[in-house]
Write a protein that binds this ligand. Sequence first.
Ligand SMILES: *[C@@H]1O[C@H](CO)[C@@H](O)[C@H](O)[C@H]1NC(C)=O
Ligand SMILES: *[C@@H]1O[C@H](CO)[C@@H](O)[C@H](O)[C@H]1NC(C)=O
Ligand SMILES: *[C@@H]1O[C@H](CO)[C@@H](O)[C@H](O)[C@H]1NC(C)=O
Length: 330
Amino acid sequence: MNMLFVPVLFAVLYQVHTLPLHTEEDEYLFKSWMSQYDKNYEINEYYQRLQIFLDNKKKIERHNAGNHKFSMGLNQFSDMTFAEFKKSYLLTEPQNCSATRGNHLSSNGPYPDMIDWRTKGNYVTNVKNQGACGSCWTFSTTGCLESVTAIATGKLLQLAEQQLVDCAGAFDNHGCNGGLPSHAFEYIMYNKGLMTELDYPYKAKEGECRFKPDLAAAFVKDVVNITKYDEMGMVDAVARLNPVSLAYEVTSDFMHYKDGIYTSTVCHNTTDMVNHAVLAVGYAEQNGTPYWIVKNSWGTYWGINGYFYIERGKNMCGLAACSSYPLPLV
Ligand SMILES: *[C@@H]1O[C@H](CO)[C@@H](O)[C@H](O)[C@H]1NC(C)=O
Ligand SMILES: *[C@@H]1O[C@H](CO)[C@@H](O)[C@H](O)[C@H]1NC(C)=O
Ligand SMILES: *[C@@H]1O[C@H](CO)[C@@H](O)[C@H](O)[C@H]1NC(C)=O
């Protein structure tokens, strides 16, 4: 058979078996998305991914046609179902994160209306990409320690997520299967240091611990937990001190976030439901809606150049359930 006919035949068979049909325009869009995100599939998977892509596209269009504070868009996850996304990118087990009594001491304010540590100085590293590994907690951890260290010393280092993936297991962390920033800070404190990205590069998979004490570059003196659900405590810390690590629950719509202030009526708000850890680098308010400015670890093409805004003041999706930051040892 002429090889040119094979894909056509598959296409015809596929369409006969699985309505709804897709148009040429749909396929054109999918193919340009594929080349934009460097995706390649076997022929069978191609049609399966095309269908998921079109389902996601429909969801995005329906959302954007409605009245919402945030918009959705196509991104590198647009060929995945939420179940697949969850398995590869999120924390899959409940984390033991609740600090019933934290040790952060709040002042009484007053607090500035907005703060953004990205513009206060050279305090926040570029957005990184965790890849298909549930290691968000390591990026939240390095992001926070990078910032507190830079604020204390004036030197912005790039710290090693992979050391946390490979070495922090004794502190209730589980490599690509999840962990918590507060537990990772404890590991760094007791382990006596974290190496740099350059000396311990990120691989997006678990490996042997290769920590070298003489190459440790950043250190933790103490771990500070903010009492669970004390979102004003987070405001206090971010306003006065430094960016703060937080965790919350990602639900299916978040995967498609593009810009605006994320809000949800379906996510949960309790400590046992958090499945993603990130870094609050500031806060502000827009048209009467207060929000957090948050650094994610899904690359710079996702969201607002890798960042997102999420509504502040309502413990949205449990974002105040388990926040923490380290005190740097310098
Ligand atoms: C939570 O703590 C329990 C008891 O210490 C432990 O068995 C479990 O593995 C922990 N869960 C996670 C995700 O670390
Ligand atoms: C901080 O909270 C974690 C749970 O997320 C807990 O294991 C740790 O003991 C707490 N640390 C302090 C200093 O309270
Ligand atoms: C969670 O949300 C419910 C419903 O909005 C609310 O009643 C409850 O107080 C919230 N709990 C926490 C811990 O924020």
